[in-house]
Design a binder for this molecule. Structure first.
Ligand code: SF4
Length: 505
């Protein structure tokens, strides 16, 4: 077997996992191509067309690929299955699945692919590719799963990489890269982006029940699940990426919570300011926000903070989501952010069948009490396989297995909250009120008055159209600000320029 490898990222152009694995495989001398097959667009994810599938198969053939790795999350399971069938039918390549779905559902995955690579894939993929190229046994390669005599064999998991600085830079730039969407371009799709998404850590210090981290923590059973790269390594990778993508105007740290030690922040802030100096955005659990560190980050260029509130109910947060919640701390963070002129966006989850109306009303009132302006990212609760929430919902009979992402793909059309999704009048009513809380041009007293209007609770449709109109006004304002900051181009505009993609902000 030759060492021609293609790693195919399904619907993820950032996909840091495949970029890291590609980098390591290249460094070990394997001829590795990275193919980005379509991209994620909130609430408007489309199945691949026949033409797009044909392009992928022809490209794999033309590159004489003998090992194809598909990397994807659960919503794309069925698409991966279809593409794998195509590869099996027209090529003789071995198919490896990696990413979250293959990690949490290896046996199911092995009904379609030849090998699964679970968890962190860098070292496992090097050993696997070497074994496939040499034609040697896969036995003993940790993190790998395969079939033998009709049975699935899952090798044990290797320890997590404790020092992330030992990993090379992500594979950025157009060398050996392809992007398939409509047609084929031999380009790294990040060349079109104005925002670079970066991880300074892996894992997460928390364990929310709806999140894949709750599965990975169980899988790894180890201390040291949450690891942080050094500031120097993070900055050198950003600088490397900026060299490849000169159009980038802002950095988004995708770490679920940017709560790093004070010494880390101190080293980061000066180095970032002197060698990157672009506005950046972080995510936080505001309960753990440290004001002194935030001031230092502000100095370095911090512009915007995304804060997970998720719910206004202590019961919903603790009992169902396994998240600590402190509305006082969120309010105190909000006042501080206003003083520091930081932009804030709050994440909120709706559509939890266990949420009580009174809790959602309390959430609306809480949001109304926060300093304005702020943005809201409203999410519709999505159930991912093997998470604690998934087990809980199935036990309570709230969902059937076929409604879990993988078999289902609700996130194709409603990952972020959409008004067009079917829900009860009361749920629609409270969602409209919550969406209005982030519209600073509407007086708070008016929103509070609408919340008390029983007529609208029973007949929420006029309120729905009012909420949609107000949202459009806000989106126009956001578009104008982003244009002034040179953060919009045709690529970004297409992402939001269709009615389905008019997300609540
Ligand atoms: S804080 Fe975010 S990443 Fe961490 S477990 Fe909770 S939802 Fe997952």
């Amino acid at each position: 077997m030759s060492s021609n490898i293609a790693l195919v990222s399904l619907y993820g152009v950032e996909n840091n996992g495949v970029r890291s694995i590609a980098s390591i495989l290249k460094a070990r001398g394997f001829n590795t191509h990275l193919i980005f097959f379509k991209r994620w667009v909130n609430n408007d994810i489309r199945y691949p067309t026949v033409k797009e599938k044909e392009i992928l198969l022809s490209l794999l053939k033309e590159l004489d690929i003998e090992i194809v790795g598909f990397s994807f999350t659960s919503p794309f399971f069925k698409i991966a299955r279809e593409l794998t069938e195509g590869v099996k039918k027209y090529l003789s390549a071995k198919v490896v699945w990696g990413g979250m779905h293959a990690t949490v559902r290896p046996e199911e995955s092995l009904r379609s692919c030849d090998v699964v690579c679970r968890g962190e894939g860098e070292d496992a993929m090097v050993e696997l590719v070497r074994a496939l190229v040499d034609g040697s046994s896969l036995k003993g390669i940790k993190n790998i799963g395969y079939r033998q005599n009709g049975k699935s064999i899952l090798e044990e998991m290797r320890p997590l990489i404790s020092d992330l600085d030992t990993l090379p830079h992500q594979d950025y730039g157009s060398d050996h890269k392809y992007f398939i969407e409509g047609d084929l371009k031999a380009v790294d799709p990040l060349s079109y982006a104005r925002e670079l998404r970066v991880f300074a850590s892996r894992g997460c210090p928390y364990n929310c029940s709806y999140c894949y981290n709750s599965v990975l923590r169980r899988l790894y059973k180890s201390e040291g699940y949450y690891r942080i790269r050094s500031p120097a390594k993070v900055i050198s990778e950003i600088r490397y990426a900026l060299g490849q993508f000169p159009n980038i105007r802002k950095i988004k740290f995708d770490d679920d919570t940017f709560v790093f030690p004070k010494e880390w922040i101190r080293l980061f802030k000066d180095a970032y300011k002197s060698s990157v100096n672009l506005p950046f955005e972080i995510m936080l659990k505001s309960e753990s926000a440290d004001q002194e560190s935030l001031k230092e980050l502000r100095f370095a260029g911090l512009k915007r903070v995304q804060v997970g509130i998720q719910t206004g109910s202590y019961q919903e947060s603790g009992e169902f989501y396994n998240r600590e919640l402190s509305l006082e701390k969120i309010a105190s963070f909000a006042r501080f952010a206003k003083e520091q002129k930081l932009e804030v966006v709050y994440d909120v989850i709706l559509d939890n069948p266990l949420a009580k109306y009174e809790d959602q009303e309390a959430l609306a009132l809480f949001l109304l009490s926060l300093p304005r302006p702020f943005d809201l990212f409203l999410y519709s609760l999505t159930v991912f396989p093997e998470t604690r929430l998934c087990e809980d919902f199935i036990k309570r009979g709230l969902i059937k297995p076929e409604e879990v992402e993988g078999e289902a793909n609700k996130s194709f059309y409603q990952f972020r909250f959409s008004f067009s999704y079917p829900r009860s009048k009361q749920e629609l009513f409270i969602a409209c009120i919550i969406s209005l809380t982030s519209k600073s041009f509407i007086p708070r007293a008016l929103i509070a008055g609408l919340l008390k209007t029983d007529f609208l609770k029973k007949h929420p449709f006029p309120l729905k159209w009012f909420a949609i109109l107000c949202n459009q006004i806000k989106l126009l304002h956001i578009l104008a600000v982003m244009t002034l900051r040179q953060e919009v181009n045709f690529w970004k505009f297409r992402e939001y320029g269709a009615p389905k993609r008019f997300l609540i902000q």
